[in-house]
Design a protein around this ligand. Sequence first.
Ligand SMILES: [Mg+2]
Length: 211
Amino acid sequence: MSKIKVVLFDIGNVLMLAAHQRTIEDYILRHGIPRDLAEGYFQRPDYAETGKGRLEWHDYCERLRMEWRVSISDDEINSIDASHIYAVDLGALSLVEVLMAKMPVGFVTNTCIPEWERYVQLEPRFASQFKTWRSDIHGHYKADPGVPEDIIDRWIPRHLKVKAGRDEVLFVDDSQGNCKAFSDIGAEVFTYTERQPWLLAAYLKQIGLLP
Ligand SMILES: [Mg+2]
């Protein structure tokens, strides 16, 4: 019998397969953006601002146009940005579904509008059925100070309708930094390796969540 009452899943590089370099190559090849500008796309501080809901996506697109000196529409930027998420990992999804049949499961994602819309397009249950904590709505990234506590102590009871101690929550994410932030407050964590859901399956068996 496992002590875990709730499982929280990251989405990008866990449930959804991601290829960030693909977006960068799209910018370079389709729109002639110099490689040195395009390479830093996902590390831009203003990209993180959109992910924290503090910069409107349109204003972010304006900045890109000014800086890159290219004519590229918001829609084109949306579709290039979304291109880094290219498929659902069906192995990971089947583990989520097995767990959901027996316990509350939630999703915790640092995301921005085009990426989120892509998630919903690839897995329509993200529109309402899959309860998701989104950085762009909450104004912080998940590992920001105080946020893991807030997710476990307040978001879980409100949205997953269960109260769980911090050590009764399993947090699954591919980012070591995110895992450390949750581990530091006492949650169980599993650092996921993209495309290797069987490693998670083995761990879930080991802790008694799967038979
Ligand atoms: Mg991730």
